[in-house]
Design a protein around this ligand. Structure first.
Ligand SMILES: O=C(COP(=O)(O)O)[C@H](O)[C@H](O)COP(=O)(O)O
Length: 319
């Protein structure tokens, strides 16, 4: 069944990366809604809210997921007939997926303008938005080479170097702990993000904040590629983005032994404070992290009354 399979694909990371997760969830809601055989609007809304809850529970950090689900579900919850709800579901899912893909292209175009000629770029993890920026800059003849980190423990760096190599970009593959050593050689760092908070902090793959710190120390710009649906509205209220802790087997593997009693911790994401972020590039423009609350209010359209509404899946934010 599409819903359980999609939920499993996201939680097991067969589908990963905040943008892909969001689009997949929107598509799964659409497919699930189409498969339902409900007689009443109330039954349809109930089934859809349950599906939304299941999807939002798969990975806690990427705010793109509840943002996508909310966007699609608003059409369902705001309808007055069953037919209207089914139509709104399809329309909104298609719209979200289309706009998400278009946003990556726009971000790449805007970010490429920020990249100097003959640039040496460092990136961390595997972000389609960040990679799109690098590839667009490469198409404009601006990229000399890239430093891509390994990204322990799930090794997303291999996906990144494959994508960059396929695009014809020279890549240096380094272990995560070599980032500071090579920072003097790079002109800028560009990463994606799973969530941008109202104060402009960037939540991204574990290790991002260390790289941002090294970039800051070496006076190298740290640029974040972020579709606007990566901004986290509820952080305006002080809610925190939950950091996902994943199974310890990802870190230690089966061939390693540790003394009894040792606690293994495997956080998948960390938080880079806004002071270490120079620029956030979105599909509506590039700006400093201090502009984040205006994106949430003016572009995403969250005003204070919005926060009072009781959506079925709101508890996935910040807990
Ligand atoms: O941290 C990751 C992926 O983590 P994971 O592999 O654990 O999902 C990516 O940098 C962001 O999700 C942005 O990616 P994108 O730009 O593709 O949305």
């Amino acid at each position: 069944m599409v819903l359980t399979k999609t939920a499993d694909d996201i939680s097991s990371m067969r589908i990963r990366g905040a943008g892909r997760i969001a689009r997949t969830a929107a598509g799964a809601l659409q497919e699930y809604g189409t498969s339902l055989d409900c007689d009443t609007l109330a039954a349809f809304v109930r089934e859809m809210e349950n599906a939304a809850d299941i999807l939002c529970g798969t990975r806690p950090t990427a705010v793109s997921l509840p943002n996508a689900v909310r966007f699609v579900m608003q059409g369902v919850q705001g309808s007055t007939t069953l037919e209207e709800a089914q139509g709104a579901l399809n329309k909104r899912a298609v719209e979200f997926i289309r706009d998400s893909l278009a946003a990556v292209g726009k971000i790449a175009e805007i970010a490429a303008r920020q990249i100097p000629d003959d640039a040496v770029i460092m990136t961390h993890c595997n972000s389609e938005a960040a990679i799109a920026c690098i590839i667009r800059a490469h198409e404009l003849g601006k990229v000399r080479e890239v430093y891509a980190t390994e990204v322990r423990p799930r090794n997303q760096g291999y996906i990144t170097i494959q994508m960059l190599s396929d695009a014809g970009i020279p890549v240096n593959f380094i272990v995560d702990s070599a980032a500071r050593m090579f920072m003097p050689k790079v002109d800028l760092v560009i990463t994606g993000t799973d969530a941008v908070t109202a104060n402009g902090a960037v939540v991204n793959k574990i290790g991002t904040s260390q790289i941002a710190l090294c970039a800051h120390e070496a006076r190298k710009p740290f640029i974040v590629a972020a579709e606007t649906y990566k901004f986290a509205p509820r952080t305006i209220l002080g809610e925190r983005i939950p950091i996902e802790y994943r199974p310890i087997e990802e870190v230690i593997g089966s061939e390693r032994q540790l003394p009894a009693g040792v606690v293994v911790k495997n956080p998948a994401f960390d938080v880079t404070p806004p002071a270490y972020v120079d620029l956030i590039v979105t599909e509506i423009g590039a700006f400093a992290p201090s502009y984040a609350p205006f994106v949430i209010r003016d572009h995403l359209g969250w005003d204070t009354s919005e926060f009072q509404k009781d959506y079925a899946f709101t508890h996935h934010y910040g807990e």
